[in-house]
Design a binder for this molecule. Structure first.
Ligand code: MG
Length: 164
């Protein structure tokens, strides 16, 4: 059985993951409008993955005989900046998400809830990947600076996500 505190925190995390999904979808719409098909595809795939993350928490609460209570999701921004600004926002966002996962883990430790700790190991690893991937794109965009040709190259390369 999940403790009340943990159930509440896991429900919060469903909301956090779905907000991430919404945020990446908004970024994807922005990149579509700005004619960067590669970045649009990357953020769209990312949006789908975040929905899957939310569903992992949804399933886990149900598996533990807990009760899912869906919370309101904030609207993400509509306007975004340059690709570099957007990917800096991606990195900043993922660092924040890492913090929420780590706080959940601390709570699972405090409550001696071993199954939740084991389930969260996957997310702890995943956040290392998320930060690594976002950092790599930020670094590339920083190198390209305002060079349009290089920017389009990076867009093309980033758009290969999901094709490997
Ligand atoms: Mg996530």
């Amino acid at each position: 059985m999940l403790s009340n505190a943990l159930q509440k925190a896991l429900n919060e995390q469903i909301k956090n993951e779905l907000y991430s999904s919404y945020l990446y979808l908004a970024m994807s719409a922005h990149f579509e409008a700005a004619s960067f098909p590669g970045f649009a595809k990357w953020t769209r795939i990312q949006s789908n993955e975040e929905l899957e993350h939310g569903m992992k928490f949804f399933d886990f609460i149900n598996d533990r005989d807990g009760r899912v209570g869906l919370l309101a999701i904030d609207a993400p921004p509509v306007e975004f900046g340059t690709p570099l600004e957007v990917f800096k926002m991606v990195l900043e966002h993922e660092v924040k998400v890492t913090g929420t996962i780590h706080r959940l883990y601390e709570l699972a430790l405090k409550e001696n809830d071993y199954p939740t700790q084991v389930m969260l190991h996957w997310f702890i690893d995943e956040q290392v990947e998320e930060e690594k991937n976002a950092t790599a794109i930020v670094d590339q965009l920083q190198m390209a600076d305002d060079h349009k040709g290089l920017l389009l190259n990076i867009d093309h390369h980033v758009g290969k996500r999901g094709a490997e």
